[in-house]
Design a protein around this ligand. Sequence first.
Ligand code: HEC
Length: 151
Amino acid sequence: MKKLQKMGLALALAVGTFSAVGGALTAENVVEYRQGMMIGLSWNIGAIGTMIKGELPWNQKKVAFLAARAAQLAPMAYEGFTPETAKAKSHAKAELWDNLKDFEQRNDTMVKAVVKLAEVSGGTDEAATRAAFMDTVKACKGCHEKYQEKE
Ligand code: HEC
């Protein structure tokens, strides 16, 4: 349990170190990277959502598997919101760049929620798993409402 929490923190701390890797990529590539990471996150969280909604039968092991993968992905998209992408075509709203602190905090909140979901789903408490899922989705939605351009 504690291990996952530490891992999430280690990944969050690694962000600064990794940003230099993006240097070989164009701003458009970096946008694709972060969008791809968001989609990967959505792939796993969405699959849990089908069980939350009862479209698929509840399977605690499967939820734990998907949540563990999501916990790995959760901090990654954030790394792609680099200053050089501010002018690139994307669905990030312009005001994101004036509110980087808030954006970072919302990202941290989401990462913590996903890490908690991974921890809790590793146990046997379905109700706690469902609650952790709701917290996660709330964190996704809150940030999207503020910083993601709707088509
Ligand atoms: C800190 C803010 C923030 C959080 C938290 C966040 N997102 Fe996003 N998300 C964004 C922004 C900004 C974009 C638009 C990115 C772009 O177009 O470059 C986006 C885009 C997306 C996309 C569309 C990708 C595409 O371009 O096709 C998906 C899917 C997505 N997010 C899923 C999620 C899920 C699932 C979560 C929660 C587990 C989540 N996001 C949490 C900010 C956030």
